[in-house]
Design a protein around this ligand. Structure first.
Ligand code: ADP
Ligand code: MG
Length: 268
């Protein structure tokens, strides 16, 4: 049997509104343009938005899978560049706090359908809720998004601390979004690692890259399309292309020795 090259990424942040969903949608698009098969899972259960961002109108959502009414295959919708999206539903309260049984159902279903995909990306909600930490620990790689706002940094530190102390996760990759220039991103990375090196010395935070602030992002959001599709030559699209190329070139998940996956068998 051909070994699977599946990489499971969780994109998360301490603070909301820092650009996670935009990054997930556009990174997925960039991977797809590099001939990768991508499934985006809207793991922001209770506040769905990846489908809105991409102008999709799904009829069914994860709630229907958890209730046993539909299989995962039946609820997946196709987005731009043939990326596949698993929609989260429309703010059902019960989805915001998945109990253990529902988490197992969801992960088993994802495990079952994951062969054939190169990337599975969780677009998580912000903060340190048990859903966020669950999806991060289930992934091979946790991509943390921060911005230059001071609260974004303190909140991402709080998330790292929780994932380390409660879930023994030691390896993180940082994307700094909405910067005016790359040196701002490097400064944020420096500030964050100064604190993690001091207070969480066993944690490794790696600089993955930066994304420039660009008015084309909100223009694309208003048109419910990926900015990579509408403005492929915009600077912000070049940044996402750079990130995607770097990750595709790695050709394997970048994980610390400690990184466990809850449901995915390590098959590479
Ligand atoms: N690089 C960027 N440049 C300009 N605006 C951005 C950028 N990234 C995100 N935004 C703005 O921030 C808003 C929130 O982004 P979103 O992806 O929904 O964040 P999150 O998923 O973290 O809550 C978007 O509507 C967009 O207008
Ligand atoms: Mg979001």
């Amino acid at each position: 049997m051909k070994p699977s090259s599946l990489r499971v990424l969780a994109v998360s942040s301490g603070k909301g509104g820092v650009g996670k969903t935009n990054i997930v949608a556009n990174l997925a698009y960039a991977f797809a343009k590099r001939s990768k098969k991508v499934l985006v899972v809207d793991a922001d259960l209770g506040l769905n938005n990846i489908d809105i961002l991409l102008g999709l109108s799904p009829k069914f959502h994860i709630g229907h899978v958890l209730s046993g009414e539909k299989s995962v295959e039946e609820i997946i919708v196709s987005g731009p560049a043939d990326i596949r999206v698993l929609p989260a539903g429309d703010g059902l309260q019960e989805l915001t706090q998945l109990d253990q049984e529902k988490k197992v159902v969801l992960m088993d279903e994802l495990d079952r359908i994951s062969s054939g995909y190169d990337f599975l990306i969780f677009d998580t909600s912000a903060g340190i809720s048990s859903n966020v930490t669950y999806f991060c620990s289930a992934a091979h790689e946790t991509l943390l998004v921060a911005t230059t706002e001071p609260t974004s940094l303190t909140d991402v530190y709080a998330l790292i601390k929780t994932l380390y102390t409660k879930h023994a996760q030691k390896h993180f990759r940082l994307i700094v979004n909405s910067v005016g220039a790359e040196r701002e991103a490097q400064l944020i990375f420096h500030n964050l690692t100064t604190v993690t090196d001091r207070f969480l010395p066993n944690v490794a935070v790696e600089y993955l890259g930066f994304i420039l602030s660009d008015s084309n992002v909100s223009k694309a959001v208003r048109q419910q399309k990926a900015f990579m599709e509408l403005y492929p030559y915009a600077k912000v699209s070049q940044c996402v292309n750079q990130l995607a190329q770097k990750m595709v070139d790695e050709n394997r998940p970048v994980v610390g020795e400690d990184q466990r996956t809850l449901f995915w068998r390590t098959r590479f």
